[in-house]
Design a protein around this ligand. Structure first.
Ligand code: SAH
Ligand code: SF4
Length: 370
């Protein structure tokens, strides 16, 4: 389904595209940089807030664009660790954006690391058997402005609590594309969004602090390797053999491990940085010691860090997380083989779990809304 908004949002424009449109409407091209400053550095939420622009230009902006294409319906700081923002789009679809704080030992709350988890589609077409987004089916791709504005909402909310706002820096440390949807299936939007976030005239946010998580779209992994955006890549592996992956991830039929692993390797070699392999531990599905041994081989081959994530229960799905003992035994195999590996246990600190909850929450709210 394609969605055509009434007016485009300014958050979908680049400095070049806006300059071109200003000049075509007989305004000075240099105004584009001033407008971007209002959006990304001073972070205003109205045309009138753009005080150094002439009135006729503000009127033209108002007639040509909207500012935010997403409107917060719930803004819930559930605890000190996560903050969830439920956003409504112009077509009434709902998406959620999550901010996760990971306080560090000996460091005050203000200085804790903040990661924003964004959505890139409404629903997801890939149908992984364990995932709430897959359950909900696919509605549509998000547009660039809908993705960028998720981050700007969070940024503006955090500005009040941080010194960084005064220095015109983003008020969070990392961005992960781990919310709803498959980033590599909305490829052009992903790349345009990263370029806007990365640009000096934009959020000036380093691509190295952006992680794209994919269920394994091999051709797009190869394309992204050559795209010239230095994002980090996380592969949702969740099975170390085709037999296990086939059971839970339909995408594996199209891009089995013998296709996916060389693509991931090409990305790793092009960028020279560690990949992350995400591995949700699901009881009786992928948590055997044999799987751990196979995973070890893949991690060594790809020079990858493994992030084990105990499965986060989804209502209506039969899967369970393994016992702590079984989780430990799995991780032990990896550690003994000198694989760099983490396992997250605390719910609130767990980006992936928070994003899992994010989807659930979204669906619940949708159901309540009808
Ligand atoms: N489509 C992309 C990005 C979104 S999913 C992908 O699949 O990578 C982000 C992460 O959350 C993925 O690793 C996904 O497998 C994981 N995830 C999905 N459902 C989950 C659940 N119930 N518990 C824990 N992690 C889950
Ligand atoms: Fe889609 Fe990722 Fe969920 Fe699979 S895990 S259904 S690819 S969002």
């Amino acid at each position: 389904m394609r969605f055509s908004p009434q007016k485009p949002s300014l958050f979908g424009e680049t400095l070049d595209s806006l300059t071109g449109q200003l000049e075509a409407a007989d305004f000075k091209g240099f105004r584009a940089k001033q407008i971007m400053d209002w959006l990304y550095k001073k972070r205003v939420d109205s045309w009138d807030g753009m005080t150094n622009l002439p009135k006729d230009l503000r009127a033209w902006l108002d007639a040509s664009f909207i500012l935010y294409p997403t409107a917060p319906v719930i803004d819930k700081r559930s605890d000190d660790v996560t903050q969830k923002l439920l956003l409504e789009l112009e077509d009434k679809s709902l998406i959620e954006t999550v901010l996760i704080r990971a306080p560090q030992k000996g460091v005050g709350q203000e200085d804790s690391r903040k990661t924003v988890c964004v959505s890139i589609q409404v629903g997801c077409a890939y149908g992984c058997k364990f995932c709430a987004s897959g359950l909900a089916g696919f509605r549509r791709n998000l547009m660039t402005a809908e993705v960028v504005s998720q981050l700007m909402h969070i940024c503006r909310r955090e500005d009040a609590h941080t010194e960084r706002a005064r220095a015109e820096l983003a008020s969070f440390d990392n961005i992960v594309f781990m919310g709803m949807g498959e980033p590599l299936a909305n490829y052009d939007t992903l790349v345009r969004t990263v370029r806007i976030l990365n640009a000096e005239w934009g959020l000036n946010f380093g691509a190295r602090r952006i992680t794209v998580s994919t269920s394994g779209l091999a051709p797009q992994i190869l394309q992204l390797a050559e795209e010239g955006v230095a994002v980090r890549l996380a592969i949702s592996l969740h099975g170390a053999t085709n037999a296990v992956r086939d059971q839970i991830m339909p995408v594996n039929k199209r891009y089995p491990l013998e296709t996916l692993i060389p693509a991931a390797k090409a990305f790793q070699q092009r960028h020279g940085r560690m990949l992350t392999l995400e591995f949700i531990l699901i009881e009786g599905v992928n948590d055997s010691l044999d799987q751990a041994r196979e995973l070890t081989k893949i991690a060594h081959e790809l020079h990858a860090h493994v992030n084990c994530i105990p499965y986060n229960t989804v209502a209506g799905l039969p899967w369970k997380r393994p016992s702590i003992r079984r989780q430990d035994a799995f991780v032990d195999v990896l550690r003994k083989a000198k694989v760099s590996c983490t396992i997250r246990r605390e719910k609130g600190h767990d980006i992936e779990a928070a994003c899992g909850q994010l989807r659930l929450k979204t669906e619940e709210n949708r159901a309540k809304a009808v």
